[in-house]
Design a protein around this ligand. Structure first.
Ligand code: 9D3
Length: 260
């Protein structure tokens, strides 16, 4: 399957204003202005019928905190589906995703797979989480952004929107896409330098001032390999180096050993 050319995301959230962080700024903001990405928020509070607009309640069985009630979430999700239907989108091409600490950990591979689904409904929870019956009846996939505790699903939803936007052909400018993202190659990035030539008593590596583009490219690949070996050795298990890559890494390792 192909990566979509337009990304449509409906977010079910109690804090729609937070999403201005992606819709107004940077690469994602430009993609929204350029109609490559559409982000629409639906607030479950607008789907309540009591005078306090209640969206949460005490957990059955007791315990601390509050749980999001399934009714308003379900009505908000139905409104999200209507938003797609109103735009002529076949619901079979949409997925309902719940961001939660219990989800699969998001990786470059997961982002690439989700990028094939052009139309997403993201459920951002607050409090202790959402009523399990909502997950069972409405959610297709559950994703986490890593093993640390956040206050809700909004930042994870924005992380997902940002990462998905970067997968769209045309979302990155020439200078941005010329730089192959490190995780695309499966390696960490090489170090970067800019003006001035000396800073804090440290000079820019001479090879970068040599003008020898072949040597520079080899040095950068060697730095990527070496840093991946030092900092994230488990990433190297996942890739098959050619003989040139193998030689560059061995030279890096030999130099490290000579330093000690
Ligand atoms: C301190 C609360 N925890 C009790 C054991 C559970 C808990 C509930 C709700 C922890 C975090 C949250 C809110 N987090 C998210 O909604 C969330 C999240 C995260 O916290 N970390 C990584 N990825 C995600 S995706 C959604």
């Amino acid at each position: 399957m192909e990566v979509a050319t337009v990304l449509r995301v409906v977010v079910v959230t109690l804090f729609p204003e937070m999403f201005e962080a992606v819709t107004r700024y940077g690469i994602t903001g430009r993609a929204v202005s350029g109609r490559l990405v559409e982000v629409h928020c639906i607030n479950p509070r607008d789907f309540t019928s009591d005078r306090h607009q209640t969206v949460d309640a005490r957990p059955y069985g007791g315990g601390p905190g509050m749980v999001m009630m399934p009714g308003p979430l379900s009505a908000a999700t139905a409104a999200a589906k209507s938003w797609f239907v109103d735009r002529g989108v076949d619901l079979a091409s949409t997925k309902v995703i719940y961001l939660s600490p219990q989800g699969q950990p998001l990786s470059h591979c997961g982002v690439a797979r989700l990028a094939e689904v052009a139309n997403l409904i993201l459920i951002a929870g607050r409090y202790e989480g959402v009523d399990e019956r909502f997950i069972e009846s409405e959610v297709d996939e559950e994703w986490s952004i890593g093993d640390y505790v956040l206050s809700g699903g909004e930042l994870p939803a924005m992380v997902m929107i940002d990462a998905l936007t970067r997968m769209l052909p045309g979302a990155l400018g020439d200078s941005e896409s010329a730089v192959q993202d490190s995780f695309v190659k499966g390696l960490l990035d090489c170090p970067h330098y800019t003006r001035p030539e000396e800073f804090a008593g440290r000079r820019v590596p001479p090879v970068l001032l040599s003008g020898d583009h072949k040597r520079i490219e080899r040095w950068r690949l060697q730095q990527s390999l070496g840093r991946t070996w030092e900092r994230r050795p488990e990433l190297l298990q996942g890739i098959q180096l050619d003989s040139a890559g193998e030689a560059l890494l061995q030279a890096y390792q030999a130099e490290r050993k000579a330093e000690q």
